[in-house]
Design a binder for this molecule. Sequence first.
Ligand SMILES: [Mg+2]
Length: 379
Amino acid sequence: MEHARIVAVAWGILEGTRPRAAGCNARLGRHGTRISVPILQIVTEEGIAGFGWCRTTPEQAVSLLGMRFDALFDPTRGVVSGWRAFDFPLWDLAGKQQGRPVYALAADMCGTTTTLPFSAPCYDTSLYFDDLHLADDGAAGELMASEARAGFAQGHRAFKLKVGRGARHMPVEAGTRRDIAIVQAVRAAVGADVQLMLDANNGYTLNLAKHVLEATADCGIFWLEEAFHEDDELYRDLRAWLTARELPILIADGEGQADPRLLDWARAGLVAVVQYDIFSHGFTNWLTLGRQLDGWNVRSAPHHYGGHYGNYAAGHLAGAIRGLSFVEWDDASVPGLDTSRYQVVAGRVVIPELPGFGIELDTELFQHAVARTGFARTL
Ligand SMILES: [Mg+2]
């Protein structure tokens, strides 16, 4: 079956909805409720279909037609270099061909073992600046605490709070004061046994970061993400300051346009959590990177906000990457993608023991999306 040729490709965009609109972050405006998930389906001559997140064009996708699967996917290394634009559908197809979950293939590839039920830690990433319409910091804290309580009720035990309100959307002092009030309110609402992370989307300066971390020193912050645009001089200062204050807070960075020296800084101990995007870096490359980070005792936490599909795909790395700290969870429902076999339970995403990524594609809804937004080609 590894010799089977690719005979059809179809691509389209599925649209979905978040249960609650996401507000601004330190640099962007409202994120809202709508999400879109570009899906490529790849079919072999045996009639086996794999699908997954993919941005592509008809010109690129037709290059798959007529290719033998074993020229695209190597069981010892993953998707072959040159074909990684189709990473997620090809991993799904590999799993479907073998009747095994992607996490098991990835673990085999890396010589690790997995236990069932397979799961990975996750965090609720939905706590944006949803309070900007409120004049009072107390009311803002209560609103954000209610969002954290809702996530807790859905099974989450870790939360990431967007901070940096004073970078753009509020005056510096008022916004910083509010960040602090919200961190304290959320911590009080969820109790001590929950992990809290902060993400400033590069909206702090070094001194603002220290000010907020000092004021929330008793809140047990797990990591500070994108405090400011990564800079080894400033991170060295922050790292030394955290050590002197005996604050065990990790520095996390790497999504978006990451500095090319980021991995050097991770290896040197300045950046403790690497967050390259699961889509732009890709699943195969993340497998290699995560193993490298494991060797340096650096944590892995792939970013994927806005792409939805990463909720499900990222956790499949957990069997192979020891330091996979968290799957980012951006709750939404997407008609056409049946993800109901995935569950968030006690702070972990439980991944189904199903072939490929364990998601069902509704044929009719996908064909509709292909007709409306995409393309289909056959050999
Ligand atoms: Mg971020």
